[in-house]
Design a protein around this ligand. Structure first.
Ligand code: MAN
Length: 487
């Protein structure tokens, strides 16, 4: 068929379709009402330009391939008016989804099946048979595959979300633990400071040296006295034994008054004798009296200094506490026994500072915005490596990025879902390197591409399940690419 004949067939088809459906070519159903004819004074069908109703056209001037309206509204189905992106040609695409194509692509001989699978953009050339059934088949296959892939990625994403939640709760419990450690450390510091003050007032080597021989003497005397007491106790026991024997074996028929009186006194003595440990009693009395004596000392604890050493104050501060402990039969508690010095105090202070800084960094971490449902937290401490062009890249999501051994940047934040890295190694005669990491849904973490839109500023595209979402039908269609070879 010649070009002229083709054109005529097309025009006929166009009119047939217009008459059959009462549809204006290139106009979507929702806007068809804008092309309803009106009757003029003579009863003829007329139509007014959409943005200039003062221009009245005959109804058959619509789509007559001549531009009459300044806004091009009289030519929705031809390329007669200048191109206006707000005025696209509508393809009905029966069996698939409607599409809109630029008017300059109409009847250019190219089948734009990705927009008009029904070939209606080529109504005049007749070049493009309707392929909507095939296109729809391809789209359904694509959709099934994508939905399967997304479901797989979403499963992985769900485990990453659990991971993020468990990382967060670990941080929260670590924070609690550190906070209670900190209060214990601070209490310890107070106690140690107090103890250090006490120690410094209690310990004076000179006084101790002066005191040592006296303590020695006291201890020696104490031993001597204890031995004497023991001997005497043995003797008393012997005498008691003799008197017992006498009281049991004497002959009451010998009316010996002296014997009788002695025996009665013995019985009275035995009846009133207290059943107690003479040794301890004696020793306690001795020690108690020493302590009582020491309490009369002239040491003033609030002044925190030693007064002139004297026998009594030495006894009070050195012997007294020891004996007090013995008296109470207390075992010396290790803590009380611990010696505090300036260096252990300094060590404790720096431990406190370390704990505080750990607490602050955990708090900052908990306050950081790791994206919806905290999902980016799952990338913490993870790295992904990959090759692009001539370089090997290593991406530490919340740390650094390296191009071979060159530092590309340090993590500084998340912006619009992208990880931002700045302050990398300076480029020769250029800025410091920096990078944006952009994520695309994928079931595993991979470096997809690295580009350098500006010198030494890198755009790294990575796949990751963390950004995966269910696709809407519109998104699926936007991403779908027709395989023209199969049409
Ligand atoms: C190296 C690489 C490149 C960069 C140039 C700039 O070759 O880091 O990415 O563009 O330095 O001099």
């Amino acid at each position: 068929m010649s070009d002229k004949n083709q054109w005529l067939v097309a025009i006929v088809l166009l009119w047939v379709s217009r008459i059959a459906t009462c549809q204006v070519l290139g106009v979507p159903p929702s806007s068809q009402h804008l092309y309803d004819p009106v009757l003029d004074a003579n009863g003829d069908k007329v139509w007014k330009c959409l943005s200039d109703p003062s221009i009245v056209l005959r109804y058959d001037q619509i789509n007559d391939d001549f531009c009459d309206c300044p806004d091009g509204s009289d030519e929705p189905g031809t390329n007669a008016c200048p191109y206006d992106p707000s005025r696209m040609f509508y393809c009905h695409n029966e069996g698939y989804f409607p599409g809109y194509i630029e008017t300059f692509k109409l009847n250019d001989g190219v089948c734009d099946y990705d927009v008009c699978c029904d070939g209606s953009d080529e109504y005049a050339t007749g070049n493009c048979p309707d392929k909507c059934a095939e296109v729809n088949h391809q789209f359904q296959e694509y959709k099934t595959k994508v939905q399967l892939d997304v479901a797989k990625s979403l499963k992985i994403k769900a485990t990453l979300m659990d991971e993020a939640a468990s990382i967060k709760s670990q941080i929260e419990s670590k924070l609690k633990e550190l906070e209670s450690q900190l209060s214990a450390q601070e209490l310890q510091l107070q106690a140690d400071k107090h103890r250090l003050v006490q120690q410094s007032s209690e310990s004076s080597p000179q006084v101790y040296h002066a005191l040592a021989p006296i303590i020695g003497q006291l201890s020696h005397q104490n031993t001597k006295i204890s031995t004497t007491i023991k001997t005497q106790q043995d003797q008393i026991k012997q005498l008691e034994g003799l008197l017992l024997k006498l009281s049991q074996e004497y002959n009451p028929n010998f009316n010996d008054l002296a014997v009788k009186e002695s025996i009665n006194k013995y019985k009275e003595y035995m009846s009133n004798k207290q059943d107690e440990n003479i040794d301890d009693h004696f020793e306690n009395d001795l020690i108690t009296s020493l302590i009582d004596e020491s309490k009369k000392l002239s040491y003033d604890p609030s002044a925190q200094q030693m007064v002139e050493p004297s026998f009594s104050n030495m006894v009070h501060y050195y012997v007294g506490p020891i004996f007090e402990k013995l008296l109470k039969k207390e075992t010396l508690d290790e803590e009380k026994n611990t010696v505090v010095d300036e260096s252990s105090l300094e060590e404790l202070k720096s431990t406190i500072e370390r704990t505080k800084s750990q607490i602050n960094s955990l708090k900052a971490n908990l306050q950081f915005d790791f994206g919806p449902q905290d999902i980016y937290r799952s990338l913490q401490n993870k790295w992904t490596n990959g090759k692009s062009g001539d370089y090997n890249y290593r991406v530490g999501y919340f740390e650094n990025i390296y191009q071979d051994d060159i530092l590309i940047g340090k993590f500084t934040g998340i912006r619009d879902g992208n990880l931002i890295f700045t302050d990398g190694a300076r480029c020769w005669n250029g800025p410091k390197r920096s990078a944006n990491v952009e994520f695309i849904c994928g079931s595993s973490p991979r470096i997809l591409s690295v580009s350098e839109p500006e010198k030494c500023h890198y755009l790294i595209e990575m796949s990751s399940p963390i950004v995966c979402e269910e696709f809407t039908e519109d998104e699926l269609r936007e991403n779908f690419k027709i395989n023209y070879d199969l049409l």
